[in-house]
Design a protein around this ligand. Structure first.
Ligand code: NAD
Length: 502
């Protein structure tokens, strides 16, 4: 659907970047505005270090206004009470506008977060558009129920929206992860205040503007900017917010539950960190296919993926052949470069400070005795910008820091295992449980392992595949609640039981 843009060259994207209109205000009640205290925050291009905008910071007063606007829009019923068909029409129009404005959204995402334009066009944007269309289609398929009672009563169960939903999202897939929350919440009839990550809010601000253009009433979808501890905290503590849906680190996820407890017991759903295992067994169908999937599974998006398959649990009998082929392929699988160049497939990390964090994990890996097979530094010729080469450690053990903590960069750790049983023990030896894969030709073994692995998604003979119908979320400290799928839309509703005496 975005094919025409995939044919554009570097010069086209540079020109788009030069001319793009960048909005940095707070989008409240259908208009951009400054923050009440006029405090601002720089948003920086991670390739050049250049400041691309001074974002208005939402302090408590602005957060109150954004929530008041969403509350008013909810109470008046301009969104929640209209016919399902009407809400569907707005969402379908919104999807069309996203498609129409794909070039601008691509450039904003690329400048703000360092994501290669090719990746935005082949992964993030198609996912945003299909998410909008999928949940639009779900709207008039959502039903209540009538239960069986004796003839003295009539009992039915209504499904109603919650009210004002606060969405708090991270920087690694700025548009996509925000829309995984905002769209089902809106589809269910709620109104929304979104606080995107302060590193990369530009695409989400523009999306809110497009939602208004699609015909949504003012106040239905608001976006505020600012640091988590200021704007995010004020939003999560707000007494008029009915639910927080959060994607981000486990550490901040914990705070969301505290804020809910300290305020109005709002509902909380959390999509948090991961340390996902890719289990490569000797009886796999095709080693090259597994190697390709493992490489994409850890290095795509420069490793900044919650479900990155960062632990490679490889059966010892194929270990040396796996390492050989992985090393050969990984060296050339990604082309680092200017994210605006369509040939680039690996951009920088989101910021210099995140670069420093990832480098400190690489040092820990070396100091704790893992074998660095390749990478571990900037790619040649990339002294500026927060670039890191794909990096592979071998002979990692489960107790090492690089096997336990989420690095959120292009760093893979091979943990050799003797067999499937040991693989399951190692896979589950983690506080996280977001994703996992199993590579085997033996279907019985695969099904048995699927049941034993503690993870929200298990891929068999692939990694990272899926679509809008697939519930996505974590076991254990990777969070609770699910994005995507019909159940996700229902999680933005509550039931009302109506018992009528006849
Ligand atoms: P983060 O937790 O630092 O920030 C996430 C969001 O929370 C941001 O908008 C931030 O401003 C806000 N925030 C931070 N402190 C806050 C506070 N005290 N109160 C309220 N809001 C606050 O995460 P990040 O660095 O933006 O993203 C990376 C993390 O996100 C990784 O751990 C990654 O695994 C996780 N993640 C999870 C998923 C998933 O679906 N499970 C998807 C993507 C990213």
């Amino acid at each position: 659907m975005l094919k025409h843009l995939l044919e554009k060259n570097h010069a086209f994207w540079q020109a788009e970047a030069k001319n793009v209109r960048i909005e940095t205000g707070l989008y409240i009640d259908g208009v951009y505005r400054d923050g009440a205290d006029r405090h601002t925050l720089e948003t920086v291009n991670p390739v050049s270090g250049e400041v691309i905008g001074e974002l208005a910071i939402a302090t408590k007063k602005d957060v109150n206004e954004a929530v008041a606007s969403a509350k008013q829009a909810f109470k008046t019923g301009v969104w929640s009470h209209i016919s399902p068909r009407k809400r569907m029409e707005v969402l379908f129009k919104f999807a069309d506008l996203v498609e129409k404005n794909a070039a601008k959204l691509t450039v904003l995402e690329s400048l703000d977060m360092g994501k290669p334009v090719t990746r935005v066009l082949t992964a993030d944007l198609p996912e945003v558009i299909s998410t909008i269309r999928y949940f639009a289609e779900c709207i008039d398929k959502t039903e209540g129920a009538v239960t069986n009672t004796d003839s003295s009563a009539f009992h039915y169960i209504l499904r109603e929206p919650l009210g004002v939903v606060a969405a708090i999202s991270p920087w690694n897939f700025p548009m996509m992860l925000a829309m995984w929350k905002v769209i089902p919440a809106l589809a269910a009839g709620n109104t929304v205040v979104l606080k995107p990550a302060e590193q990369s809010p530009l695409s989400c601000l523009f999306l809110a503007e497009l939602f208004t253009e699609a015909g949504a009433p003012d106040g239905v979808f608001n976006v505020i900017n600012g640091p988590g501890e200021i704007s995010g905290k004020a939003l999560a503590l707000h007494m008029d917010v009915a639910k927080i849906c959060f994607t981000g680190s486990t550490e901040v996820g914990r705070l969301m539950m505290v804020y809910a407890g300290q305020s109005n017991l709002k509902k909380v759903s959390l999509e948090c960190g991961g340390k996902s295992p890719q289990i490569i067994l000797a009886d796999l169908p095709d080693l090259d296919e597994a190697v390709d999937a493992a490489i994409a599974g850890i290095y795509a998006n420069s490793g900044q993926v919650c479900s990155a398959g960062s632990r490679l649990l490889v059966e010892r009998s194929i270990h040396s052949e796996f390492v050989k082929r992985f090393t050969e392929k990984a060296r050339t699988a990604f082309i680092p470069g200017d994210p605006l160049d369509p040939k680039t497939t690996m951009g920088p990390l989101v910021s210099q400070s995140h670069f420093n964090t990832v480098m400190s994990y690489i040092e820990k890996g070396k100091n704790e005795g893992a074998t660095l097979l390749f990478g571990g530094d900037k790619p040649e010729g990339f002294n500026g910008g927060a670039y890191i080469q794909p990096t592979l450690f071998d002979n990692v053990t489960s107790d090492m820091t690089i096997a336990r903590e989420e690095i959120f960069g292009p760093v893979a750790a091979i943990i050799p295992v003797n067999d499937a049983d040991e693989a399951i023990r190692v896979a589950n030896d983690s506080i996280y449980g977001l994703g996992a894969s199993v590579w085997t030709r033996d279907l019985r073994k695969a099904h048995k392992m699927v049941k034993e692995i503690e993870a929200g998604t298990v891929w068999v003979n692939c990694y990272g595949d899926g679509d809008a119908t697939q519930p996505f979320g974590g076991y254990k400290q990777s969070g609770h609640g699910r994005d995507r799928g019909m159940g996700c839309l229902l999680s933005y509703t509550q039931t009302k039981s109506v018992w009528l005496k006849l």
